[in-house]
Design a protein around this ligand. Structure first.
Ligand SMILES: C[S@@+](CC[C@H](N)C(=O)[O-])C[C@H]1O[C@@H](n2cnc3c(N)ncnc32)[C@H](O)[C@@H]1O
Length: 266
């Protein structure tokens, strides 16, 4: 395991506390376990070895072990604070033998070829600029016959982002490298994935985000401000307002992806 000395983590302790208050313990993306179940719907994960790329605070890795019966889940992330939280939760839940966490810098995945039956990811791949290199790596670490299943925040097109989209990404202040569903599909095809499916989740999140904004302005405001400060919550309310515009226009496109690594033996 390579531990990197993180200069400035994007998901620091304050961000983790804020996002967990909104999305649930261990979750740094929307939808909770129900949305994870939709990403893996129809897949049999029992007894499988799973890699969770961009695992964040670990709620999903624990869910895949506890509810879906994975033999082992490896949560991988580039930042230290999220993994500190994830490891603590795995210990508290008595799952440290079936769920482990690995930190390494962005780039090549620190795993041997054909290590995993399933590669999962939730709303993390948008941080990786080179999608072709990313999918070549995901393909490499999957066993033949293995499956990639993910949710990810995308942009609806590959042209110049609208002024609203640029304002939203600036408000997030995170290293977003958003690409279109078509761009992702091409990168997956180039890596060798087959039977690729792409599912638009914009209509779902458009409504959910509206509810999140209402809760942030209403019942969540005081308790979350008590934890992270009123300025931090106010800044995020502005971010959510900017996000709602590009969700409503369809330019912000949360999307599910799935694809299979062919099993040459069959
Ligand atoms: C929005 S959070 C989602 C975390 C988790 N998947 C969840 O849904 O709760 C994005 C995560 O991606 C991680 N990340 C950023 N760049 C990455 C990279 N190049 N490779 C892997 N993970 C990365 C961040 O550190 C963060 O934990």
């Amino acid at each position: 395991m390579i531990e990197r000395a993180d200069a400035e983590p994007e998901y620091d302790d304050t961000a983790i506390r804020f996002l967990e208050a909104l999305w649930g313990e261990g979750y740094l993306s929307p939808g909770g376990p129900e949305e994870v179940d939709r990403v893996v719907a129809g897949l049999s994960l029992a007894g499988k070895r799973i890699l969770d790329i961009g695992c964040g605070a670990g709620g999903i890795a624990l869910h895949l072990a506890e509810k879906h019966g994975a033999a082992h889940v490896t949560g991988f992330d580039v930042e230290a604070p999220v993994l500190t939280v994830a490891r603590k939760r795995a210990e508290q839940r008595g799952l440290s033998d079936r769920v482990s966490f690995v930190q390494a810098p962005p780039g090549l995945l620190p795993f041997a070829d054909a290590s995993f039956d399933v590669v999962f990811s939730k709303d993390a791949l948008l941080h990786v600029p080179d999608k072709q290199a990313l999918f070549a790596e995901i393909f490499r670490v999957l066993k033949p016959g293995g499956v990639f299943a993910a949710s990810n925040w995308m942009i609806g097109h590959d042209g110049e982002p609208s002024a609203e989209m640029q304002a939203y990404v600036a408000a997030e202040g995170l290293s977003f490298a958003m690409r279109s569903p078509a761009h992702y599909r091409k990168a997956m095809e180039a890596a060798g994935f087959r039977d690729i499916t792409v599912v638009d989740r914009n209509p779902w999140y458009r409504d959910v985000a509206r509810g999140e904004l209402e809760r942030l302005k209403g019942p969540l405001y005081a308790p979350v401000a008590a934890v992270v400060g009123a300025d931090y919550v106010a800044g995020n309310i502005r971010t959510w307002e900017a996000m709602q515009k590009v969700l409503d226009s369809g330019e912000h496109r949360p999307t599910h992806l799935r694809g299979w690594k062919p099993d040459e033996g069959r």
